[in-house]
Design a binder for this molecule. Structure first.
Ligand code: CP
Ligand code: NVA
Length: 315
């Protein structure tokens, strides 16, 4: 375990595809361990005196608060850096920003639009860079999601997840995450909104190591059939607000409601990264119903982020 931990020291966290199944399993299990320690009141100041810069080019409730509180609970401090506060918002290059911030900080978390911006920041900073969501991927979310599934279902390998909705950043990260942990995943999206082929190809490559199966379909019934975990996300992501009305029509058959969820395993759990739009991607009955574990999932962002930071930023 300790030698596996060593392999994560100083690493960037840009995509789950970059890690081995063993490293992903360690992140999930370490998150569960830190959760227990926090609940028992056991000290775990693993990053005492360290500082995390948090660059947010998009809004956030969960990611911002859980990273900031998380680094604090680990004995360090977080700095919220919005585009209106830092010179990057006025055109200072990503590379120069990286070269400066690495002189002050021990890690950087960034939420932005293009995945290439996160990659450029990481390429120019010698300290760990954590992807807090891009248009392409949302990998920190998925560590918390998998932790949540394991809490409820005890295992991951061999379960079936169905993601119904937009083939977006969360869907992409789930494809990687399920493939790396041996969970079968079925994605159902409308034509034109399917996950990107390059990500599906990466996940198929990851799945070779674990035996996970990956199904991409336009048929929501097929995806949901017998699933242990149902997952959905907003139909229009941040930056797609102008497409909202058009998307409402296209996605309507993909709403998770009583009819569709009746086809899942009787003891399925419902996940959503949040924020959610009741009456759109799922009905209120589903997200507020007995199968929903979305607030445990949101809580687990805290524990998962603490695990990611503690593993990457360890000195
Ligand atoms: N799920 C998630 O990332 O939420 P926030 O946008 O509030 O951070
Ligand atoms: N797909 C959503 C996730 C929000 C956490 C978005 O990018 O807006």
């Amino acid at each position: 375990m300790n030698s596996l931990k060593e392999t994560l020291k100083g690493r960037d966290f840009l995509s789950l595809h970059d890690f081995t199944p063993q490293q992903i399993a360690l992140m999930i299990d370490f998150a569960a361990q830190l959760k227990q320690m926090q609940k028992r009141g056991e000290p775990h100041e693993l990053l005492r005196g360290q500082s995390l810069g948090m660059i947010f080019q998009k809004s956030s409730t969960r990611t911002r608060v859980s990273f900031e509180v998380g680094i604090y609970q680990l004995g360090g401090r977080g700095l919220f850096l919005s585009p209106s506060d830092i010179q990057m918002g006025r055109g200072e290059s990503i590379a120069d920003t990286a070269r400066v911030l690495e002189r002050y900080l021990d890690g950087i978390m960034i939420r932005t639009f293009d995945q290439s911006e996160v990659e450029e920041l990481a390429a120019n900073a010698s300290i760990p860079v954590i992807n807090g969501l891009t248009d392409l991927l949302h990998p920190t979310q998925v560590i918390a999601d998998l932790q949540t599934v394991k809490e409820y279902k005890v295992k991951l390998a061999g379960l079936k997840m169905a993601f119904v909705g937009d083939g977006n950043n969360v869907c992409h990260a789930l494809l990687h995450g399920c493939a790396k942990t041996g969970m079968h995943i079925s994605v159902a999206s409308p034509e034109g909104y399917l996950p990107k082929e390059e990500i599906v190809a990466e996940a198929r490559q990851d799945a070779l190591e674990t035996g996970a199966s990956i199904t991409i379909t336009t048929n929501p019934e097929e995806a949901v059939a017998g699933a242990d975990v149902l997952y959905t996300d907003v139909w229009a992501s941040m930056g797609q607000e102008s497409e909202q009305l058009d998307r409402m029509k296209v996605f309507e058959p993909y709403q998770l409601n009583d009819r569709l969820t009746a086809m899942a395993a009787p003891d399925y759990i419902f996940l959503h990264c949040l924020p959610a739009h009741r009456g759109e991607e799922m009905t209120a009955e589903i997200i507020d119903g007995p199968h929903s574990v979305v607030f445990d999932e949101a809580e687990n962002r805290l524990h998962a982020h603490k695990a990611i930071m503690a593993l990457l930023m360890a000195k």
